[in-house]
Design a protein around this ligand. Structure first.
Ligand code: SF4
Ligand code: SF4
Length: 104
């Protein structure tokens, strides 16, 4: 089954820390003011911090509404973790189930 991400956005929803950045995202953050603006540091204990994207009302701050659904407002600059999650993957189906959408 094919899923349309522009009618979904389930994998862009979650608690604080859901969308995390790693070292591979350094260049993207440096190159994109829009991405850099929504990066927040999260205290994960033991003196360690991790970079995450700001969440607003349970959704990534970059997730915007369109007339027909949703869209990532920083799509070309989105972090690696977003690029790795493809429609129809196990993580996609889990996110869809979690947010009350069909997964089959
Ligand atoms: S990858 Fe899956 S969960 Fe994420 S927006 Fe697309 S269809 Fe929805
Ligand atoms: S950066 Fe874009 S693709 Fe990634 S979680 Fe946020 S809205 Fe979704």
């Amino acid at each position: 089954m094919e899923f349309d991400c522009l009618e979904c956005g389930a994998c862009c929803r979650g608690d604080e820390g859901w969308v995390h950045l790693d070292a591979d995202d350094d260049a993207r953050v440096d190159a994109s003011a829009a991405l850099e603006r929504i990066v927040v540091l999260m205290d994960i204990g033991n003196g360690h911090m991790k970079r995450t994207l700001r969440m607003i009302d349970g959704a990534c701050a970059a997730l915007g509404k369109t007339t027909t659904g949703v869209a990532c407002s920083i799509y070309s600059d989105r972090p690696g973790v977003c690029r790795e999650l493809s429609a129809g993957s196990t993580q996609c189906l889990a996110a869809r189930r979690l947010h009350g959408m069909t997964a089959d």
